[in-house]
Design a protein around this ligand. Structure first.
Ligand code: IPE
Ligand code: IPE
Ligand code: MG
Length: 238
């Protein structure tokens, strides 16, 4: 595939509706969803994508019933126990973005272990957004910057590049493609700063049904986009 995005983010939405359509409880949709994370991560790595950021739990998802939240917070254990060996063998590096402090201790530890274990891998970065919200991220960045100025670590000289260094995504490539499944057409507080010039692809497919073929179609759409970043592409007659 020519013109492959370096950094793809996916809003993995529609697990609940997937379950409902099959007369199952919502958590069964989340279970299918987490198994699909494995499939799509393996495929993205095969394709040569550098970084795949997956929206797993938003700062707003705490509003859901306690049982569902608990189920979601238990999924990292299942995911890493089932797949860490394979992810290691494929040279995949695990990272995460989001407010770690509020994540239950056991889930946090599982993530920390996986991040540590895969830190020297050189394949794709599989980056989980867990307890992530852009508003939280941006406010946190502003506070960190204010702290640095107040403690004389730096001058009041912030520019756009400098600001990006205060975001969770500071070491990741710029976001090229944002995909949302399940037909919703909103960002739901995901990577608002980073998506300024990303291409957006919305698909009606529910996350548990998002397979290699659907991913290929999204990448095909990306391939056909003309990214101008506010400038002009003379050679393309526009
Ligand atoms: C996405 O699926 C997974 C999370 C938000 C954790 P949903 O649970 O939002 O599924 P729908 O949108 O209710 O179908
Ligand atoms: C976004 O989906 C969050 C994740 C996929 C983790 P939601 O289902 O929470 O988003 P809204 O509520 O439809 O905007
Ligand atoms: Mg949803």
């Amino acid at each position: 595939m020519k013109n492959l995005p370096k950094h793809v983010a996916i809003i993995m939405d529609g697990n609940g509706r997937w379950a409902k359509a099959r007369g199952k409880i919502r958590t069964e949709g989340h279970f299918q969803g987490v198994k699909n994370v494995r499939n799509i991560a393996i495929y993205a790595n095969e394709l040569g994508i550098e970084c795949l950021t997956l929206y797993a739990f938003s700062t707003e998802n705490w509003k859901r019933p306690e049982d569902e939240v608990n189920y979601l917070m238990a999924l990292p254990k299942f995911f890493f126990e089932s797949y860490i060996k394979e992810l290691m063998a494929k040279d995949i590096r695990i990272k995460m973005i989001g407010e770690m402090a509020a994540i239950p201790e056991n889930a946090r530890k599982i993530f920390m272990d996986a991040i540590k274990k895969t830190a020297n891998n050189r394949g794709m970065i599989l980056n989980f957004a867990l307890n992530y919200g852009s508003h939280q991220e941006i406010v946190r960045a502003a506070r960190k910057y204010a702290d640095d100025v107040l403690s004389h670590k730096r001058q009041n000289d912030l520019d756009e590049n400098g600001f990006a260094d205060y975001l969770y995504t500071k070491d990741l490539p710029p976001l090229d493609l944002m995909i949302r499944t399940s037909g919703e057409k909103r960002l739901s507080n995901f990577l608002l700063y980073q998506s300024a010039y990303s291409e957006m692809v919305f698909t009606d497919i529910l996350w548990p049904d998002f397979d290699r073929d659907v991913f290929d179609l999204c990448l095909k759409q990306y391939e056909q986009r003309d990214r101008r970043f506010g400038g002009l592409n003379e050679d393309k007659n526009n």
